[in-house]
Design a protein around this ligand. Structure first.
Ligand SMILES: [Fe+2]
Length: 437
């Protein structure tokens, strides 16, 4: 068959109508091989999409004006989500509400929550002003400073008596667990901590071997590593004695050597965590170019957090520093109930809702940490446990680590849960878990 015929045949099979001029152009560029390559690339693009990820973030000076802008943006975004809830559909401004008496609804950020002998006393504010509000225990005890909520209540003498509070949350009427007609699978891992003496290299190699050479492993077309790719240097006092490599570039180079063992067919997505070579303040940008260049082309670098779609499955990736805040702020929260903490983040539609605690926040002009769209899968890591669950149709995963117990963890009686690989078969509900220990 002559080359032109092959091209026409291929186009016909793909159902593509091309003009004679377009066919001429394909022939000039290399004929059938050029065409097939181009089509493959097009299909590749369709298979996954990086919806939200930033190579760098603008406007990161720590001035109070930049923080004011950040909080304003957060407020506007979350208010919009709240207004889609029936109970908050038409809120009024606090300054306006204060001048009238009677029942009304406002959207406000909690500035302060205190207990008193009458229950809870709150100070809440919106972009127009602030008001003192009184709430009973059932409502008051769930509120935390910086929460952005819908508040229905009675205004009287410039004070607000709260009847009902609404969090932006997940609209459970809308959300159902997503299943996609595809044979592909995604593997999720986190916290590899390459360069640490406690990095479980043998087990990690066994996992790579499985991906490459087993029948089920070859179904995994996507691998996600959710931050703390390497152990880093100078992350905590006395880290030197835990390190096998004290050069961070060497640590990344070792991770690259390992991941480059996989064939190019598997799409790998990496986000940074608090041990990686980017600023610690969130949101964290993608790793620098000199690190990226160590890896094969099938490895993609994303920011923390980031939002991607894999064959239509929407995935929110967040390393998880704010999980420590939740443990500090909410009674009964421990490593064990990380899923509950993830629910608290979804409930607030924000990944790091509390300012001035464990998570340093960079004052970007736009609040990148707002969960503007509820994902199908929400993944965290950071705390080195492994848990899977579901909340209003959103699959939750705290992905497992590849670092065995450190001295620091032993001192604090914390036992990690390493070497678990979470697999999402796109055409099946829930997750499957493999243990490489
Ligand atoms: Fe970690």
């Amino acid at each position: 068959m002559d080359e032109r015929r092959k091209v026409l045949d291929y186009l016909w099979k793909k159902g593509i109508v091309a003009t004679p001029d377009e066919v001429d152009e394909i022939m000039r560029n290399g004929g059938i091989n050029f065409l097939i390559e181009g089509m493959n690339r097009r299909e590749e693009v369709k298979r996954f999409e990086i919806i939200k990820s930033r190579e760098y973030f603008e406007g990161t000076t720590g001035k109070s004006e930049s923080f004011r802008r950040l909080f304003q943006d957060r407020f506007v975004k979350i208010k919009k989500i709240l207004q889609s809830r029936v109970s908050v559909s038409s809120p009024v401004d606090i300054e306006f509400a204060k001048m009238h008496e009677g029942e009304t609804t406002v959207v406000a950020m909690v500035r302060d929550v205190r207990t008193s002998r009458y229950g809870y006393v709150l100070e809440i504010e919106d972009l127009t002003g602030s008001v003192i509000a009184y709430a009973d225990q059932a409502i008051g005890e769930t509120l935390l400073p910086d929460d952005i909520i819908g508040v229905r209540g009675n205004f009287k003498n410039g004070k607000l008596y709260v009847k009902e509070v609404t969090y932006p949350g997940v609209d459970n009427a809308q959300k159902k667990e997503k299943i996609i007609e595809s044979e592909s699978a995604i593997a999720f891992i986190s916290d590899t901590h390459v360069g640490s003496r406690m990095f479980l290299q043998e087990h990690f190699m066994r996992f790579l071997e499985w991906l490459k050479n087993s029948e089920s492993g070859r179904k995994v077309r996507y691998l996600i590593i959710n931050g703390d790719l390497v152990d880093g240097i100078g992350i905590y006092p006395g880290q030197e004695k835990d390190l096998e490599m004290d050069d961070i570039y060497e640590q990344y180079s070792k991770l690259a050597d390992l991941l480059n063992l996989l064939n190019n067919e598997i799409n790998i997505f990496l986000i940074p965590g608090n041990h990686d070579l980017v600023r610690i303040a969130e949101p964290q940008p993608v790793l620098p170019r000199e690190i990226r260049s160590m890896f094969n082309d099938n490895v993609r670098f994303l920011s923390n957090p980031s939002y991607i779609s894999i064959e239509g499955m929407k995935i929110l990736l967040y390393h998880g520093m704010s999980l420590n805040d939740l443990m500090d702020l909410i009674r009964g929260m421990k490593y064990d109930n990380v899923l509950k903490m993830m629910e608290e983040l979804l409930k607030r539609r924000h990944l790091a809702p509390f300012y001035g605690r464990n998570v340093p926040i960079a004052p970007t002009p736009e609040d990148f940490m707002v969960i503007e769209e509820v994902p199908d899968i929400f993944v965290t890591g950071h705390i080195h446990v492994h848990r899977t669950g579901i909340y209003h149709g959103v699959l939750l995963l705290n992905a497992s680590t590849w670092q065995k117990q450190t001295d620091y963890q032993r001192m604090h009686n914390f036992v990690p849960d390493p070497c678990k690989v979470t697999i999402k078969f796109l055409n099946k509900p829930g997750f499957s878990v493999l243990d490489f220990k």
